[in-house]
Design a protein around this ligand. Structure first.
Ligand SMILES: Cc1ncc(COP(=O)(O)O)c(C=O)c1O
Ligand SMILES: N[C@@H](CCCC[NH3+])C(=O)O
Length: 445
């Protein structure tokens, strides 16, 4: 269960990046996202080594939707990866962090005019075009701005990946991309090749998220490589770059058993090579877009235990000072997590409890049924592998301020996101002039 730089120190406390997590909770407050910098970098290197070291044309681009801050952009840049953004906000964050624009790839199924203009103004690396509306709008905007952006066409390959329904994306009935099965993808490519203000350089597909079976990726490669052959035959165009998306699964609990990234990369690259030989098409440069598998296991959330409610013979609820506002994944996907009582990390796990959040929803649960040491108010609970899609999907529901995030390494903890304050919560509220006197007018029903 302990991974990355996690260890149990002489006080019996959980330590991450050489920092005692109980001390972190005290210093920075809870809930607190703790990011293990060394593990994050190791994950980046595993992808780099697997997909890029032996294939210099390939790219690994971090899907920043998983966890995006300016400090993370700096690490990704330093680790020689590119960046996948899906909104003006993510693009803005990357640019503000000084991320090289040419290494930014812009995704999204409904990019706005303003977002596309921002991408064009900043000459970002690739725009992944999702639909007809975007293709025409982009070409027109680029014409007016005298630009010729590099684009990929997003293909919906029609694959049912074995994962939760909400995180599948490649199936036929999907809002993303040009369907392959009805000829739309081919027509879009044919059309894009005639447009003067876009430079079509490749194809993109993505089959979903938290995928373990390499079979799904191999199926994706088979479909895309066959499609590349068809494109060559029908349109005489050779696809230079093939983006296979992200989705590599990670271990949240012992039930999950992901393969090492280097192994997956090797199998995928072998498969691409084999198809390029057997189908007689040029070997495309391969791009992958991992999000969760870069940041997921590098994140841990620390909470303080508050109310404990036991319903004899039924369940013991242990409530913490956060919940679905900082981790919506249990409520949304039925996600499962492991946890450690950080200040009792060496004690035996003796009782089964369920970890509840503090928000006003019965579904606001973080973990159903977990064995923990005897737990009391004030204990610090560490929920593991919360790096991906926790902070980035956090909300202010119930007007809870969003937690801080710290980057830990070699005994040093640096804040990379400050904790929101109550003042932050009302910063954008406006009371219209006509309501300003309300407190003096008591309404009488
Ligand atoms: C197009 C695209 N690329 C990359 C990702 C990253 O996925 P993951 O975090 O599962 O690697 C996603 C999310 O599923 C996505 O939609
Ligand atoms: N947000 C999802 C995955 C979707 C990824 C983005 N396409 C999760 O937490 O698992």
């Amino acid at each position: 269960m302990l991974h990355g730089t996690m260890r149990i120190n002489s006080k019996g406390h959980l330590e991450i990046g050489g920092c005692d997590t109980v001390a972190l909770a005290k210093k920075f407050g809870t809930p607190l996202y703790v990011i293990d910098e060394e593990l994050l970098r190791q994950n980046c290197r595993a992808f780099y080594n697997g997909f890029k070291r032996d294939y210099p044309g390939n790219e690994v681009i971090y899907a920043s939707k998983a966890f995006m801050t300016m400090a993370i952009c700096k690490i990704i840049e330093e680790e020689n990866l590119g960046l996948d953004v899906v909104s003006g906000g993510e693009l803005y964050t990357a640019l503000k962090a000084g991320f090289p624009p040419e290494k930014i790839y812009f995704h999204g199924n409904n990019k706005s005019r303003e977002e596309l203009i921002m991408a064009l103004e900043n000459d970002i690396g690739k725009i992944i075009v999702d639909n007809w509306h975007e293709l025409n709008m982009l070409n027109e905007l680029a014409r007016k701005m005298n630009k010729v952006p590099n684009i990929y066409i997003r293909v919906s390959p029609g694959i049912e990946a074995h994962t939760h329904q909400y995180v599948k994306t490649g199936q036929i009935d999907s809002k993303f991309g040009f369907p392959l099965f009805n000829g739309d993808a081919m027509r879009a490519i044919e059309y894009a090749l005639t447009l003067k203000n876009v430079n079509l350089v490749g194809l993109h597909s993505h089959i979903g998220s938290q995928i373990f079976d390499s079979y799904s990726y191999k199926a994706e490669i088979e479909i895309m490589m066959n499609f590349i052959k068809l494109i060559k035959e029908f349109l005489g165009w050779e696809v230079e770059e093939l983006d296979l998306g992200g989705g590599f699964g990670i271990a949240y609990t012992e039930e999950d058993d992901p393969q090492p990234i280097e192994k997956i990369a090797h199998e995928m690259m072998q498969s691409v090579k084999e198809y390029s030989v057997s189908l007689n098409v040029k070997m495309p440069k391969i791009i992958v877009e991992p999000g969760r598998s870069i940041i997921g296991n590098a994140g841990t959330t620390l909470y303080t235990v508050g109310a404990i409610k036991e319903i004899p013979g039924i369940r013991k609820y242990v409530a913490v000072d956060g919940g679905m506002s900082d981790n919506i994944r249990t409520a949304l996907y039925g996600a499962k997590y492991e946890a450690i009582v950080a200040n009792k990390a060496r004690l035996p796990r003796v009782e089964k409890v369920s970890i509840a959040g503090k928000l006003c929803e019965s579904g606001d649960m973080l973990i159903w049924d977990i064995l923990l040491p005897e737990i009391e108010e004030g204990d610090i609970l560490a929920v593991l592998s919360t790096g991906a899609y926790n902070y980035s999907m956090a909300s202010n529901y119930n007007r809870l301020p969003r937690p801080a995030a710290v980057l830990v390494s070699n005994g040093q903890a640096d804040v990379i996101v400050e904790r929101e304050t109550y003042e932050d919560l009302v910063r954008k509220d406006v009371i219209p002039e006509r309501l300003l006197s309300v407190k003096r007018k008591i309404v009488n029903y």
